[in-house]
Design a protein around this ligand. Structure first.
Ligand code: P6P
Length: 339
């Protein structure tokens, strides 16, 4: 595409703003700061192999995961850019145990942003695609200080969500509630250009995405579902298995090609039967995008976006993708179907 003719993400965000009555431009400014952060992180990720930004800081984050230098850089950048917008009430990150206080003297606004600054970062050294995930809510409290209730809102309350995928090209995919749009970064001009207008998840796919290494920890119902996917029937091909182990990359492929991505409940740790993915800044934003693109996202017991959060870093099982595939997976998981 000739960069001179493409729709930039800034145009697109402004068009969305002028289409929504009463928009003040605050939201537009906030989204544009995320776009700026995405461009900077993309530049760092793409040269990570060349400078001493690979490897770990030796620190561990609240999840107990080793913090890679790019993680730390991306987290700090997201915090700086978002507070700089002047439209954020408070932030929470996968990297921080508690919500992140605004810098002294910072102009505050109405929006709550939760984010995973660099998801899949354990893959950085292997040059596997990684991503940034963000979820935007309106604060609920009205006083001078936010509190945890501003963050612990169900996914249905999101006003926007999206991700940045640092892959063979850098893409930003987002929704503000009017469908899902995808933008590809043209490094020659430093602009995200509209490359995937109005993304629609195919009704049904032929790909299943899950970490089969956990087979022995899965329920019998889930195993029945996988046996069904491996069986050719008159109306169903055998499903291919694709698993990158980086949520943003697996979700992006599922969004475009259809099929189903699962990080299900498992019995690896009987005290944590709910899987690994975090509700507020992984499952809710990705579930929102799947629904906005005509797909679905379930915990296996119900709609992801309707989970009533109890903790900032709580984890839930996640089954997302084509509407028919998700419905079928839930039928197996609930025991309604066994073949
Ligand atoms: P597993 C990355 O660490 C992450 O949080 C997601 O990006 C990814 O989907 C998942 O973990 C992979 O986990 O247990 O399959 O290695």
């Amino acid at each position: 595409m000739n960069s001179g003719t493409g729709t930039t993400i800034t145009n697109h965000i402004l068009d969305q703003q002028s289409a929504s009555a009463g928009a003040t431009g605050a939201f537009t400014h906030l989204l544009n700061e995320i776009v700026m952060a995405a461009k900077i992180i993309s530049s760092e990720v793409n040269k990570a192999g060349l400078v001493d930004i690979l490897g770990s800081t030796g620190r561990r984050n609240v999840q107990g995961e080793t913090v890679k230098k790019l993680d730390e850089f991306s987290n700090g950048l997201m915090v700086d850019r978002l507070y700089r917008s002047g439209h954020v009430a408070m932030l929470a990150s996968e990297e921080d145990a508690d919500p992140i206080e605004p810098p002294r003297g910072c102009t505050l606004g109405e929006y709550i942003v939760l984010f995973d600054p660099l998801d899949g970062s354990s893959n950085i050294d292997a040059n596997v695609s990684i991503g940034t995930i963000f979820s935007i809510l309106k604060r609920r409290t009205t006083g001078p200080e936010c509190d945890l209730s501003d963050f612990l809102q169900p996914g249905t309350e999101q006003v926007a969500a999206g991700y940045v995928l640092y892959g063979s090209s850098t893409m930003l995919v987002y929704s503000t509630g009017n469908g899902v749009s995808g933008f590809t970064l043209d490094p020659s001009v430093g602009e995200f250009l509209l490359s995937h207008p109005d993304i629609q998840v195919p009704e049904r796919g032929k790909i299943v995405s899950a970490n089969m290494g956990y087979w022995d920890y899965w329920s019998e119902e889930l195993k029945s579902y996988f046996r069904y996917l491996r069986t050719k029937t008159d109306d169903k091909a055998v499903y291919s298995l694709r698993y990158i182990g980086s949520m943003v990359a697996d979700i992006h492929r599922t969004l475009l090609y259809g099929g189903v991505f699962l990080y299900p409940a498992d019995s690896k740790d009987p005290k944590k039967p709910w899987g690994k993915l975090r509700l507020l800044y992984e499952c809710n934003p990705m579930g929102y995008l799947m629904e906005q693109a005509g797909g679905a996202a379930s915990t296996g017991q119900g709609r992801v976006l309707e989970v009533d959060p109890s903790d900032l870093h709580q984890r839930v099982p996640f089954i997302g993708g084509s509407a028919q595939d998700v419905a079928e997976a839930v039928d197996f998981l609930s025991g309604k179907r066994s073949q």
